[in-house]
Design a protein around this ligand. Sequence first.
Ligand code: C2O
Ligand code: CU
Length: 479
Amino acid sequence: MRLSRRTFLQASLQASTSGLAAAILPSVILPGRLLAAEEGGVTLTAREVPKTLPGAVGPSTLWLYDDGKNDTLPIVLRTQRGRPFKAVFRNELKEHSTIHWHGLRVPYAMDGVPYFTQAPVKPGESFTYSFSPPDPGTFFFHPHCNTVEALGRGLAGVLIVEDPRDQGLFDVEHVIALKDWRVKHDGSFEDFLTDAGAAKAGSFGRLRTANGQAVPVLTVPPGARVRLRILNLDSTRIPQLSLSGVRAVVIATDGNACDPFPLNAWRLGPAMRADVGFVAPEKAGAELVLEDVFSSKPRPLAKIVTAGQGLRSTRASLRLPPAELPVPDLKAATKLEFSLLAGHADPALEAWAKEMGATADEICLTQKVFWSINRQAWPGAAHDRKPPPLAGLKSGESYIVELFNGTPHQHPMHLHGQTFRVLGSSERDVPVHWADTVLVRPKERLRIAFVAGEPGDWMFHCHIIEHQETGMMGYLRVV
Ligand code: C2O
Ligand code: CU
């Protein structure tokens, strides 16, 4: 028997508002735990957890955010746009840490950058993050110091911000969080940062996973309108996504609704997200494969199988309600240019940092410098030795930034606290879209625009973490 769309959606809505990872039919899941505002939020304890990853024979020492309830890898939380969100961060690691809410336009004091927006949270200490997410979408969170190891060991979580406007648009959604692991066969980790990797495209993990599994099999009802929330939580790899067997479109970039465009080999750099929509085949037992088609031999990442009662879809469009973000005034915008270049430690900056009386932070520190922005390399990569800003901006004013990549490698560039419009590229057709992280290819000049948000020193860096930690990091000062 076919389940009517309405009955199904009501059941699904009920279950999602009851605060559970909602399993309505065995085959239908709204991923994540919805945090009702009145619940008082969530406690996220960062701790070491031994876990055997698929393909390894022994346990790996992972670092995870534990809320005591969620057993997915990584943790998946849901909240609602505009509602108060609260997370108590407890640090049970052996080093200091913070939580950065990647892509969320949170108040500066909540941005989770140690020494910049808050003091580092020392082992045994806690810090409470609270904000009301202004934008809906697929986001994630991670620490912002020794990120190469922390993220390498899995310290990240997914945060879905629901949009009341798109309730009922999809029958089912799944999270697909991609992450490779630099583990050996015995489960022990290889070095997270290598000179050879950091100076080139990064050090890749041999063991590839989605949701912590080799190739997860996700089920959807036949005929269902499906939303996949795909996140690249890896520090290095840049997959090119393709979904065989259906007409799949990208409906949101970095969580922000876009004019749907074919998924068709969309490159998802580290930290980037793509929401993908499609209508599942009407037949039960159909199998769709999400693949990385980067190399000539496509690599399956996840499988989607139709099962259970069929749904009938009448609505044609998969389009999300439009993003509601500050729209830059391109005519009045001030132009800035940032060149991504090779770099070396700048003695003047080092001296300046010393003069400022800053002390080196042992654990944030990487002494090597391979990269720079506008020939300015972060001195020693530690946050507590603050170089001058890359540029000064005025809150509320519009900016057009040209990003030039003068290196032979791709760089997924991320700007904290502002969602920017990707306008176009000198080298290729890019759909105009909103983003917080954008992949800049070699020789490319890519133009982005945004309205400067809240005053603060907002980080701007490559999200290939080995590049970030060896110089390709700076900040924009908004006053
Ligand atoms: Cu996702 Cu500054 O980082
Ligand atoms: Cu880079």
